[in-house]
Structure formats: C-alpha cells, structure tokens
Write a protein that binds this ligand. Structure first.
Ligand code: DAH
Length: 363
C-alpha cells in the first residue's frame, strides 16, 4: 500500500469518528490544512522524478477529493444531529399562549416556527373555527344518530352502475349526459348524488338497515349563487319490514324541526325520481328564519323502488332484499342549501372562497 493510501484510510477513519464539529475541524486541519499531511505531499511532489510525478499526482488528487467529500458528508450529519437534539427539547404539539389583544396583529405564525426562532414572549395563538358546512353537517349527523341511523360511506369517484344503473336510471336519462356529469377518461365519473351509497350499503349488509351518508356530489351546472360544481348531501336509507311513507315524513319532519326549530313547516310535493316510487320533494319554511315566509326545497325522497332492491340482489348474488318482505324509504338532503338557510348565507360560492372575513362570522 502506498503511504498516501494509508494516509487516506487514516483520514477517513478519523472523520467517521469525529463526534462534533470541533473534532471534525481539527481533523480537517490535520490533513488538509496549510501544514496538514496531504498538503505536505503536495510540497514533496516537486522533489519527484518525471515518471513518478503524474502517478503520485493522480493518487494525491484522489486522496484530497476523498477526504474533502468525507468531511462535507460528516459535517452534514453532525449538523442535522445537532438540530434534532435542539428540537427534541421542544414539544411542538404544545399550544401557544393566547395572545393579548395588543399582539393580535401577529396572526399567522405557527407555534412551531416560533419555537424554532426561540421567541419566548407571548406566543400568538389563533384559534380556528369550523366551516359553516361542517357545523351544519355535525348538527345533522347528531340528530340522525339520535334517530338510530349509523354512518355509511362511498367513494366520490364512482362507476356508472352505482350512480345510475343500480338506481334504476336508464341509459337515455338526461343525468347520464356528459353535459351534466363529470366523466373520467376511463368511463368512471364523479358521483352526481350520494344515492350511490344506498347501493353500496345494501351490497355490504342485509336488511334491516338504517344509514345516513354525508358527502360531496358533483355536477356540471352553470355556476351561480345557488349552483356549484361541488355540493354536499346527506343521503338516508331505511330498510325494514313495513316501512311506510308515514315513517319517511315523520323522520324528515322531525329532523327539520330539530334543526330549525319547532315552528318549521314542512311540505311534501309529488315528484319523480327513477329510484323511488312514490317520489316526493321536501319543502320547508320557518318564521324563525330570515325570509321565513318562502317555501324552500331542501330534499328529494321516496319509497325505495323494487328495481333498486333487484339490482342489489344481483350484485350480492342472493335474495336478501326481497321486495315482498322488505320495504324502505330514502332521502337526499341538500346540505349547502340547509346551511344557507340556517346561517342566512346569500351565495353558495362563499363556502369555497376561503375568505376569512366570511368564515369568522361563524366562529
Ligand atoms: N339523489 C337525488 C338528487 O340528488 C336526491 C334524492 C331523491 C335522494 C330521492 C333520494 C331519494 O334518496 O329517495 O337529486
């Protein structure tokens, strides 16, 4: 082994062993400093003969490079170790101290960035608040839970079968038109309603069944004060023996009166949906609310169509949903609409604009 190679191996071992920045710096000086041993070899080069010089020169360069790179790598490791030791002493999950109003201009700092700067005065902590749609959703879920409904879930990206076919919606139905529905290139789609979850819930469990499914739905609507490409619904499904329209009306009346107060009037008007028979639209008004004289449509509902049970049976390959034995009601509530009524919000687009001046009003 050439003495230079020996020197390189020694240097690399020492670098690896350097346990802090000072030790590393001492090693650097020992080898690469002005009078370090690698530098000394540079001086010796002059004394070498013509044949030896290029060979030793290359070896010297390789040695210097290897040592330089190793030092940089080690320095990086020591730096990050030091940082994690410093951070280990800080509980970044601890909330800050509530800011006295004089400091409230300091909004927008996270507790963590303040911890890192070592700032130890009043830590500005701004408490967030729930989005009005979330508040609406949580209140609604609570009411339905008290009525014995449990939560069901389904994907936003759906197939045509769950969104249309299984819901007795024929291929020529306008809702299946590309003008109304967002299709993906592979033929899947963004669900146009949460009724898809009726099918998914029945596929995965036999009757009796009592579920709600809150979630987003998507339509290629012209966007205006009451239409958004993404909106929110709560789907409901109750399947049992002898379920009737009276049960459906009772459940929805109870829900709306819990939400908007006992003075709320509820009206059911005949309508058409492919997946229910009979089908109804639900209107409400309440003197307790602003503009309370007006009837507002808040939901679609009806008795589950036997063709829907039939489709579910096919998918399950059994006869669990026997329309002779079981009956059910279903509904779809428009959550954005309900939140707009409850909070007196004039424009659905406000929900998605992330404007703090708007959001703070519901804190
Ligand atoms: N899916 C319908 C819509 O988005 C609403 C609806 C109507 C849901 C009737 C239902 C129902 O469950 O039974 O317009």
């Amino acid at each position: 082994m050439h003495p230079l190679e020996q020197l390189r191996d020694d240097a690399l071992r020492e670098i690896e062993a350097a346990s802090d920045e000072q030790a590393l710096e001492a090693t650097r000086i020992k080898y690469l400093g002005k009078s370090g041993s690698i530098s000394a070899w540079g001086e010796q080069m002059k004394t070498l003969g013509k044949e030896e010089r290029p060979v030793i020169g290359r070896l010297l360069n390789e040695t210097r490079n290897a040592v330089t790179v190793a030092i940089e790598k080690r320095a990086e490791i020591l730096r990050s170790q030091k940082e994690s030791v410093a951070l280990a002493g800080i509980d970044i999950s601890l909330p800050g101290v509530t800011v006295p109003s004089a400091y409230s201009g300091y909004s927008g700092y996270s507790t963590r960035s303040i911890a890192l700067t070592g700032y130890s005065g009043y830590l500005p902590l701004e408490r967030g608040s729930r989005h009005p749609l979330t508040q609406m959703l949580q209140q609604s879920i609570q009411i339905f839970r008290r009525m014995g409904f449990s939560l069901a879930d389904g994907p936003d990206i759906e197939d045509e079968w769950h969104c249309f076919d299984a819901l007795n919606t024929p291929p020529d139905h306008p809702a299946r038109n590309e003008q109304d529905t967002f299709y993906l290139p592979d033929g899947r789609l963004l669900r146009t309603h949460t009724s898809t979850v009726q099918i998914r819930a029945m596929e995965s469990a036999p009757p009796p069944l009592r579920v709600i499914a809150p979630g987003a739905a998507y339509r290629r609507d012209e966007i205006d004060a009451t239409h958004s490409a993404q909106f929110h619904q709560i789907e409901g499904l109750y399947v049992d023996e002898n379920v009737s329209v009276a049960d459906l009306k009772g459940a929805l009346e109870f829900f709306l009166r819990e939400l908007f107060g006992p003075e709320t009037d509820v009206q059911f008007r005949p309508h058409y949906f492919p997946f229910t028979e009979p089908s109804l639209e639900v209107y409400m008004r309440s003197k307790a609310l602003k503009g309370g004289e007006r009837w507002i449509e808040v939901a679609g509902c009806g008795m589950v169509h036997p063709a829907v049970f039939e489709a579910v049976n096919k998918a399950r390959s059994d006869k669990a949903y026997d329309a002779e034995k079981w009956s059910g009601y279903a509904f779809g509530l428009g959550m954005d609409r309900l939140a707009m009524i409850l909070f007196d919000i004039p424009d659905i687009r406000l929900f998605a604009q992330n404007d703090l001046r708007f959001l703070r009003q519901f804190a």
